[in-house]
Every structure is written in structure tokens, then in C-alpha cells.
Design a protein around this ligand. Structure first.
Ligand code: B12
Ligand code: SF4
Ligand code: SF4
Length: 272
């Protein structure tokens, strides 16, 4: 069994591939290259794994990505165990697990590893799971053959751009706006008030035809004890510590309760 199949089997993953570091480096700026050089000497290959997270109907006011266990922890657990096994087998090589907080342009890495296409909404779209996938990587100084396959591309149908409240302007993206701290401008506050969610944004994914028949995830961490909705009463009066204790291991806790309190107040009619 080759290393990609082993990653897939031992990590319980459905979609894995390899991107040659040389190809990825040509899409990285100096800051990203410097960040990578601090993590590993002479990186040669990037093993890329997708973690589907769709569990069911989209009702609720939290983004679909933030409803189950925090994906950073899920990816660290799963890819960490695989990297440990590889390390034992290749003691002279190095294996660094990364997810999200990573110098790698992960969407591009996943496309380069043959796992999907990049949609006009900036997201990686897998043929079966659509864009409802997280991306995790293992960077290694082992030379691995790159995966060669070209999945179906984005239809360029324009549905995501038409549905997006900010015309896919990533500087004004509602995902960022709902997660950032501080006071919002009037224009920003109006956008949040009209937005269906209080954390994250799924609009450009919900309208994407390539997500119409997206398969649901089998990963138990994303299926168990989902939190779909929060109310102001859930977060009001909590210190950051109390908030993190009340909602441990969730992707919506890292900024503390303030952005959620502000967003919920805007939507429930109070002055934040
Ligand atoms: C920063 C970031 C964001 C920022 C983007 C801010 C900005 N000004 O660029 C914000 C908070 C908006 C964001 C939102 C989301 N993100 Co994000 N994000 C990242 C992160 C950490 C870095 C991306 C980046 O800036 N790379 C560096 C720049 C230089 O790369 P780039 O080639 O110029 O462009 C990247 C992005 O700008 C983005 N992009 C490209 N075009 C567009 C267009 C729009 C409108 C937006 C918003 C983004 C976008 O995709 C490129 C590849 O990463 C990556 C993880 C990673 N390390 O790659 C996750 C990542 C891209 N995000 C992810 C997710 C899940 C989301 C959300 C779906 C969460 C949500 N439901 O609210 C939204 C989707 C928004 C969207 N349409 O892309 C996943 C994507 C999985 C997938 N299927 O592709 C990633 C890969 C994290 C992970 N490990 O799974 N994100
Ligand atoms: S909505 Fe259409 S244009 Fe946007 S990512 Fe999906 S297929 Fe591509
Ligand atoms: S996540 Fe929301 S605001 Fe951001 S690009 Fe997609 S639809 Fe637009």
C-alpha cells in the first residue's frame, strides 16, 4: 500500500493526495515561504487530506463549519496519529501537521493534489463532498509522487457572486465580519443585521450547484452534539473563560464571547 492509501486508511479519510512542494512554492509569497522554513528544512511534498463536515439541514444561526467539534482539533488528532506512524517508519524524515493556521495556501494545495477544483467563491470543491470540506496537510521532506487527476471544474455560473452580499469581496466577507472583534461601522452593522448567521457565512456555498448533492460526513466528531443555534441569553454576561468552559472544543470560541454577543444584540434588537 502506498503512503497516500495508508494516510487514507489509517486516518479514516476519504480523500487524500500529494502536491509537489515545488509546484506549491510557486504560489507562495515571501512571508509564506519564511513561515514554512521555520517549520521544516527542505520540504519536498505535501500530503493533503480533506475532512467533510456537512451533517444535515442548514437551519440554525451558526455557520455549518462551526457546529461540530472544532476542526483544528479533529485534524490535529487524526493527522497527528498518521504523522506519528510515518515518523516511526521513516525515522530520518520529518512530518509536520498543519491546518488553517498554516503558511500553505491550503485551497491551492488541495487542488494541486487532485482533490477538487477551486470555485469562483475561492473554495475547494470536491466532486462528492462539494465545498463542505476542511483541509489538513502533512508537509514532509520525503519525496513522494504527486497525485495526477483533474476533477471537474467550477461551472462559473455566477450563483455565488449573485448571492453574496459583498460580491465576493474577500476584504468585506461576512465570514470575517461576523468573527472579528471590536465595533462595527454602520454599514458593517447593517450587513450583520441582515445576515442569516451570527458566526461565519455559508451563502456562497448554499447556492453553489456543485453542492446540491454533497454527501454528508461520516466523521463522528462533526456529527456528535452539534450546536446549530446560539441566543443572546447563551452568551450574555460570560467572561472569556466562562464562555470557553461552557463551549469547549468549538470553532466559534477562539475570539471569546464578544463578537457573538455583539452580533446577537444587533439581530435581537439591542444596542451592542
Ligand atoms: C484567512 C482565511 C479566511 C478569511 C479570508 C480573508 C482574506 N482577506 O483573504 C475569511 C475569514 C474571510 C475566511 C472565510 C472562510 N473560510 Co477561510 N481561510 C483563511 C485561511 C486561514 C488563509 C487563506 C489566505 O488568505 N491565504 C493566503 C492568501 C494570500 O491566499 P490567496 O491565494 O490569495 O487566496 C486565498 C483566500 O484569500 C481565499 N480566497 C480566494 N478567493 C476568495 C474570494 C473570497 C470572496 C473570499 C472570502 C476568499 C477567497 O482562498 C485562497 C486560498 O486559501 C485558510 C487556510 C489556509 N492556510 O489556506 C482558510 C480556509 C481557506 N477557509 C476555509 C473555510 C471553511 C472558510 C469559510 C467557508 C468559513 C465560513 N463558513 O464562514 C469562509 C469562506 C469564505 C470564502 N468564500 O472563501 C477553509 C476552506 C475549505 C475549502 N473547502 O476550500 C480553509 C482552507 C481552512 C481549512 N483548513 O479548511 N477564511
Ligand atoms: S456557484 Fe457557480 S460559479 Fe460559484 S463556485 Fe459554485 S459553480 Fe462556481
Ligand atoms: S462567505 Fe459570504 S460574504 Fe464571504 S464570499 Fe461567501 S457569500 Fe460572500
Amino acid at each position: 500500500m502506498n503512503i497516500v492509501d495508508r494516510l487514507s486508511v489509517s486516518g479514516g479519510l476519504c480523500a487524500c493526495g500529494v502536491c509537489a512542494m515545488g509546484t506549491l512554492l510557486s504560489h507562495m509569497d515571501d512571508r509564506q515561504r519564511l513561515g514554512l522554513s521555520r517549520l521544516i528544512d527542505s520540504p519536498r511534498s505535501v500530503l493533503v487530506a480533506l475532512f467533510p463536515y456537512l451533517t444535515g439541514a442548514p437551519s440554525g444561526n451558526l455557520s455549518l463549519y462551526a457546529r461540530g467539534r472544532d476542526y483544528h482539533a479533529v485534524i490535529a488528532d487524526r493527522l497527528g496519529a498518521v504523522a506519528k506512524a510515518f515518523q516511526a517508519e521513516y525515522p530520518d524524515n520529518h512530518f509536520v501537521v498543519l491546518a488553517d493556521d498554516s503558511p500553505l495556501p491550503e485551497v491551492y494545495a488541495a487542488a494541486c493534489a487532485g482533490l477538487g477544483c477551486i470555485g469562483d467563491n475561492g473554495l475547494l470543491i470536491h466532486p462528492d463532498y462539494g465545498s463542505y470540506v476542511f483541509i489538513g496537510t502533512i508537509v514532509t521532506d520525503l519525496d513522494l509522487p504527486a497525485t495526477e487527476q483533474t476533477p471537474q471544474g467550477c461551472l462559473h455560473c455566477g450563483a455565488c457572486r449573485r448571492a453574496c452580499p459583498v460580491e465576493l469581496d474577500k476584504e468585506r466577507c461576512l465570514s470575517a465580519l461576523t468573527q472579528q472583534g471590536g465595533t462595527l461601522t454602520e454599514e458593517q452593522a447593517a450587513l450583520v443585521r441582515e445576515h442569516p448567521l451570527v458566526w461565519g457565512c455559508d451563502t456562497c456555498q448554499l447556492v453553489c450547484p456543485m453542492n446540491k448533492h454533497a454527501k454528508q460526513t461520516d466523521i463522528p466528531d462533526f456529527r456528535q452534539s452539534p450546536i446549530d443555534t446560539l441566543t443572546l441569553a447563551d452568551v450574555d454576561g460570560l467572561t472569556r473563560r466562562q464562555f470557553c468552559e461552557k463551549y469547549p472544543d468549538r470553532a466559534f470560541t477562539w475570539r471569546g464571547p464578544a463578537p457573538l454577543r455583539r452580533n446577537l444584540s444587533l439581530k435581537e434588537g439591542d444596542n451592542p
